[in-house]
Design a protein around this ligand. Structure first.
Ligand code: ADP
Ligand code: MG
Length: 356
């Protein structure tokens, strides 16, 4: 009887069966949990950080405004910006090229091209040096931004648009603004997380005003803007050093280090391969409500693991002494042993009933 009852089957399967059930349940919703570590961290989570472009927003920006200076025409500004963006893979570049195509502009190839991450692009064409990007790009090239340009920028940014400056031969000749709208479920997803008592923040390379405008639309209070691509990971580290347990939600190449650094990296399925490779949780559908689902499911899975371990442990610690003093027949002991394993398996299986 002791031999039978001491068999630690139930203890051994307590964790794997719960994880298996949790992973299966997640898969039904298109939420891929890629390891026990993330399931465990979900319980301690305090903060969820969202990337802006492509994660909170649809990632399909389109050109909304063109402002011209120095006798330049709108189409000229659009053309020069498109020339500079032709070699870029940034979503902003796509917006520019689409707008130029729509205006029937044939975009010549630039003679030289350079992408400056977090700043913009630099190109040359027929003796003209073209710079297209944000204030930082102009500042680092010692191009002064006049008061008129600055007030245009501010106005566009307050509307949640990303405004970019175009400079030709060191003079600002135009502004192109691009708008990306928040995903349909973004506001609801943020509310769910806040209702769970989590702090929600936005992390972006875009400027503060645009970021705040978008944040307002989706209900995020904390904005960390103007972050260079390679500094995103440091922002996560800083939050962690404040004692926060952080989940990072992102889609881009520049999000991958931050996804790896966060206790839970959540990658958007429509995002880049490297983000998906790095994320501990991958959301197959492009639905931000799955962030809350992933967290709820992880917590529920962890709870099952604990219940399983508790009951399996109780079973062994109570039954072994009873068997030892001869109060348990081997037949009952055999039944109890099977029962304890069955209990653990069925308890794990109840995860399937969870409504997410
Ligand atoms: P995000 O964090 O939103 O993905 P990035 O770090 O890629 O943003 O870029 C930050 C900012 O740098 C953009 O908002 C834009 O102003 C400027 N920028 C970056 N790449 C380009 C580009 N190809 N063309 C114009 N501007 C760019
Ligand atoms: Mg992004």
């Amino acid at each position: 009887a002791i031999l039978l009852i001491a068999c630690p089957c139930a203890l051994g399967i307590a964790t794997p069966t719960a994880i298996l059930a949790g992973v299966g349940k997640g898969a039904e919703y298109g939420v891929l949990l890629r390891g026990g570590e993330y399931v465990e961290n979900a319980r301690k989570l305090t903060t969820v950080v969202f990337d802006k472009t492509g994660t909170l927003t649809k990632g399909e920006p389109s050109v909304t405004d063109i402002i011209v200076f120095r006798k330049y025409k709108e189409n000229e500004v659009l053309e020069l910006a498109a020339v500079a963006e032709k070699g870029s893979e940034h979503p902003l570049a796509e917006a520019l090229l689409k707008a130029a195509n729509k205006a029937d502009i044939k975009i010549p190839d630039a003679e030289t091209f350079e992408a400056v991450p977090g700043h913009g692009v630099k190109a040359s064409l027929r003796g003209q040096i073209i710079l297209f990007g944000n204030r930082r790009l102009m500042q680092s090239n010692k191009i002064s931004i006049e008061r008129a340009s600055e007030s245009h920028l501010a106005k566009l940014e307050e509307q949640g648009k990303t405004a970019m400056l175009l400079a030709v031969n060191d003079k600002i000749v135009g502004i192109v603004a691009v708008m990306d709208t928040p995903k349909d479920n973004a506001a609801e997803a943020i509310k769910q997380l806040k209702d769970m008592g989590l702090e929600v923040a936005m992390l972006t390379g875009d400027n503060e005003r645009t970021a705040k405008a978008i944040a307002n639309q989706v209900g995020i209070d904390r904005v960390i803007a103007n972050v260079l691509p390679w500094e995103k990971v440091n922002v996560i580290k800083r939050l962690q050093s404040e004692g926060k347990v952080v989940a990072m939600v992102g889609d881009g190449v520049n999000d991958a280090p931050a996804l790896a650094q966060a206790q839970i990296g959540i990658a958007i399925g429509g995002g880049t391969d490297i983000a998906k490779e790095t994320g501990g949780i991958v959301l197959i559908k492009d639905d931000l409500r799955d962030v809350a689902r992933g967290i709820v499911l992880s917590k529920a899975t962890m709870k099952k693991i604990k219940q399983n371990l508790f009951w399996a442990f109780i079973y062994n610690t109570v039954s072994i002494p009873v068997a030892a003093i001869g109060l348990l027949s081997p037949i009952i002991a055999a039944g109890a042993m099977a029962f304890s394993s069955l209990f653990v398996v069925s308890n794990s299986a109840t995860l399937k009933l969870l409504k997410l």
